[in-house]
Design a binder for this molecule. Sequence first.
Ligand code: PLP
Length: 357
Amino acid sequence: MLNFTVGPVMSSKEILEIGGQQIPYFRTSEFSEIMFENEKLMSKFAKAPTDSRTVFITGSGTAAMEAALMNVFDGHDKVLIVDGGSFGHRFVQLCEIHHIPYETVIPKEGYSVTEEQLSNFDNKGFTGFLVNLDETSKGVLYDIDVISAFCKRNNLFLVVDSISSFLCDEFDMDKLNVQVMITGSQKALACPPGVSMIVLSPKAVERVYSKEVESMYFGLKSALKNGERGQTPFTPAVGILLQINARLKQIESEGGVEAEIAHTAEIAGDFRRKIRHLPFEIVSKSLSNAVTPLHPLNVSAYDIFTCLKDEYGIWVCPNGGEMADRIFRVGHIGCLTIEDNDRLIGAFEDMQKRNLL
Ligand SMILES: *Cc1c(COP(=O)(O)O)cnc(C)c1O
């Protein structure tokens, strides 16, 4: 199997081997040490300000999006959401469910939100901002500098879903004045799905402690309290947390977050150069290193996905809904190499010979 989707992605051999081991009991000082290390490296890779905290939720990325929202915003807030695709729209749905007043800003198809668009929302009584830094469904990376500047001048509490951009695109929580950063285990961390992380700035930690949340599992006070002793309130996905630990340490020993981003950029750049002669249009004008969204000029995008899967043993990422026939995506995250790119390009070229492209 060769997997170019955007998650779950391929894990390294070392991570896979951990997955084959028995799961240890976790209320131990040994497991606490692992969790301390996980927290320390997460804060470091997010470039979080001093005294930030990271909580680990057993649940996919959406669980962390929901928990973050519930713990830092309420009915007295008014948040601005970048509603540029299915993940942006998930924030809209979550605000509806949790009765958080919101407005949306919709970027032009294939582009980031702009300075000019955001300036329409200056001094309009907003208190927070929600954005999926890389809108994975469209493969559009938003301009975080423009967003950060808007939030700074309007004194907004900035929550960033970096689920697919973490370890792929440059990000500095401290410099950008981001208060909450969310990510998950199955994207560039290249571990199995099931754990999501919320990095909280000191200001966000304070906010969590000052709010009452009507939820046992998603109330983050107990997660923060338990985290002080390297534990979680409930049984976590222990095995995945061990895999995350190995992966974070591997990144650290191989040059840290910068080297990891450079590696992803290299894989993405190589792929984008090598498809120039193929009948595809790259539909995003603001690309993340994580993924390339492609519009095939001659055939259905969904047929390409099916053919690669069934006849070549290669997975790319189909799009859902109305985009299914128009767009598919090639991910550059997980344990991928230049040779893997060559295999995919080879499959495309073979399909072209067979008049399937
Ligand atoms: C993958 C992803 C999520 C999380 O989706 P889950 O299926 O809940 O893990 C959220 N936001 C973005 C931008 C993503 O890419």
